[in-house]
Design a protein around this ligand. Structure first.
Ligand code: AGP
Length: 609
């Protein structure tokens, strides 16, 4: 998510804001900007790229007087490519506004505002908020009530900060789903997206809640919720600055595992039509999936595992023949491609050299699509269209929230494809959208297995080999669990199709090898999985079962440990079943003392072959 810093008080607001944004740099961003009020005038400076570029532009802009109020932003692009024009703050009239989140109905609002004569300069969703705010102030509302009226029109997630030179002593902010904290000082106040931005200045903070709107001045602040004034008790933050960057978690990986209920919500935001029970991917050419006869998924590492699930989804829902290939293999095997083939490249960073090289081959002969987390990435600029996962910056080398949102995005793609190819009826589609709406709660419950998974990790932390088994949709989950464990704990772990055990790997089984068995309740595979479980159990394996079935007595008879997650639907179980495996890898690694976020020999984005 983007970084936000606002300040009002006796200090130079520019220094405070830039300092705060620098403390949020670790989160990743692609452009930055500030708006300050100096000498009764708003001055806006923006720059693409790093804060150094913004500071250079500020020197050139030479703000005349010392500003004591302002807002600043580091942007992680969600709508509109990284550029100075798309950087925040966005202005309209005397208003300057910054925003974290996604405005779902911005196209409709933009059309209305354009009909009223508003001129738009960016292709962001945020700019409509500046025009809306300005419209209400022009109608006679003050800054606070203009924000209220604006938020009443907006659907989506937001942390808004707005200033107006007609109100030079205050910042107004509004929160829904994206975080805002108030920092309380003596005769000065901060407003930020994250605690690290203000920790160097104050430890007294107020955490805003969804629906809060606040007006902040140097010596006071007030908060309204549902039209009524509310008190929010300040809390004292005891974190050190490094811990604060991880939201209080010990490692970015654990923070990002915990982010998953939120990011699956962000991934489907604006794409799920609960009212009509359908799914929309407006970024897709409307008949793309109708025109192609075959889909070829590409990826590396975790992205390749997500591609395996994408194949399941597309074949079972849209009945399109699919293949999955490692990008590093595809690019050198002279693949058979034509205009009726769609190559879908999956990548968190959009900068993986093997994936980019594979797409360079694909674009010559086939249609292309990406599932990617980073707007403006090389991959998203090479393909015809991109479905962005909106997982926010993923800092830890081990991919967690990127994986679950890649899988979710491929599921949405499969549903849209099924509808385009008339392979699914409205009733069935509504079942799928209902299941997706339940996903965030199920992911939260899966994250809540943390303490029991930590005990399992403690029990098996000295093992030197692990086997991860799964059938059907659980097979890619087993592969992903094995990859997580090996890449951060350096313990050898292998993912395998459970049905393949009897063709060799079962020779490995003994009482020293923990076997993680991923079992989902879908009837036609559960019985097979149970017979595989009995096979390994009879050879003294220590079985750790991860299942979406509650209170499965048979499972408990053969497994030394059972971790249960909620069932939402067969197709969504892989996302939920993955979470305990991420936690298992994390805690085994922590117990083994490895560098969880920066494991040896690995890079977050493998930009070399
Ligand atoms: C996943 O935990 C690994 N860090 C690695 O396998 C990663 O998934 C792979 O390098 C692909 O990266 P990408 O998604 O950025 O293309």
């Amino acid at each position: 998510m983007c970084g936000i810093v606002g300040y009002v008080g006796p200090k130079n607001a520019l220094d405070v804001i830039i300092g705060g944004l620098e403390r949020l740099e670790y989160r990743g961003y692609d452009s930055a900007g500030v708006a300050v009020i100096a000498d009764g005038q708003i001055r806006v400076t923006r720059a693409v790229g790093k804060l150094e570029n913004l500071k250079k532009s500020l020197e050139d802009a030479a703000v005349p007087a010392v500003p004591h109020l302002g807002i600043g932003h580091t942007r992680w692009a969600t709508h509109g490519k990284p550029s100075e024009t798309n950087a925040h703050p966005h202005s309209a009239g005397k208003v300057s506004l910054i925003h974290n989140g996604i405005i779902e109905n911005y196209m409709t609002l933009r059309a209305d505002l354009e009909r009223e004569g508003c001129i738009f300069r960016s292709d962001t969703d945020t700019e409509i908020a500046a025009h809306l705010c300005n419209r209400y102030i022009s109608k006679g509302l003050d800054l606070f009530n203009a924000m209220k009226a604006m938020c009443a029109e907006i659907k989506g997630s937001y942390a808004f900060l707005v200033i107006d030179e007609r109100y030079p002593d205050r910042i107004v902010a509004a929160k829904n789903s994206s975080p805002i904290v108030l920092g309380i000082g003596a005769g000065e106040m901060w407003v930020a997206s994250d605690i690290p931005a203000i920790l160097g200045s104050t430890r007294q903070v107020v955490i805003l809640e969804d629906g809060d709107i606040t007006e902040v001045r140097a010596n006071t602040f007030r908060i309204e919720h549902d039209g009524k004034e509310v008190e929010r008790t300040p809390m004292t933050i005891t974190w050190d600055p490094v811990t604060a960057q991880k939201g209080g978690f010990k490692h970015f990986m654990l923070k990002e595992i915990h982010d998953q209920p939120q990011v699956v919500t962000d991934c489907v935001r604006g794409r799920l039509r609960q009212d009509v029970g359908s799914v929309e991917l407006p970024e897709l050419p409307p008949t793309l999936l109708k025109e192609v006869q075959r889909v070829l998924f590409l990826g590396c590492g975790t992205a390749w595992h997500a591609a395996l699930l994408g194949k399941f989804y597309l074949e079972s829902l849209a009945r399109i023949p699919c293949e999955v290939d490692y990008a590093s293999e595809f690019r050198y095997r002279e693949p058979v491609l034509d205009a009726r083939t769609l190559v879908v490249a999956i990548s968190q960073s959009g900068e993986t050299a093997d994936t980019l090289g594979a797409v360079d081959v694909a674009v010559k002969h086939a249609r292309t699509l990406a599932i990617c987390n980073v707007l403006g990435s090389s991959l998203s600029r090479k393909v015809e269209s991109t479905v962005f996962t909106h997982a926010g910056p993923e800092i830890s080398v081990a991919s967690t929230k990127a994986f679950t949102t890649q899988v979710l995005a491929s599921y949405l793609l499969a549903l849209v494809s099924a509808e385009q190819r008339s392979m699914i009826n409205k009733a069935k589609l509504a079942e799928h959208t209902h299941a997706i709406a339940l996903l965030p709660m199920a992911m939260q419950a899966a994250v809540a297995t943390e303490s029991s998974v930590r005990e399992v990790a403690r029990r098996f932390q000295t093992a030197r080999d692990f086997l991860f088994l799964g059938r059907g949709l659980c097979y890619p989950v087993a592969l992903e669990g094995a990859l997580k464990l090996k890449e951060i704990s350096y313990i050898h772990a292998e993912g395998y199709p459970a049905g393949e055990m009897k063709h060799g790997p079962i020779a490995l089984i003994d009482d020293k090898m923990p076997v993680v068995m991923v079992v989902q309740r879908s009837p036609h595979l559960r019985d097979k999985a149970m017979s595989n479980l009995r096979e390994v159990h009879s050879r003294d394996a220590q079985v750790i079962a991860v299942t979406d079935t509650e209170g499965d007595k048979e499972l408990r008879r053969y497994a030394a440990e059972v971790i249960e997650v909620p069932f939402v639907s067969d197709l969504l179980s892989p996302l939920i079943l993955t979470v305990p495996l991420q936690l298992l890898a994390y805690y085994v690694a922590v117990l083994n003392g490895t560098d969880v976020d920066l494991p040896r020999n690995l890079a977050k984005s493998v930009t070399v072959e």
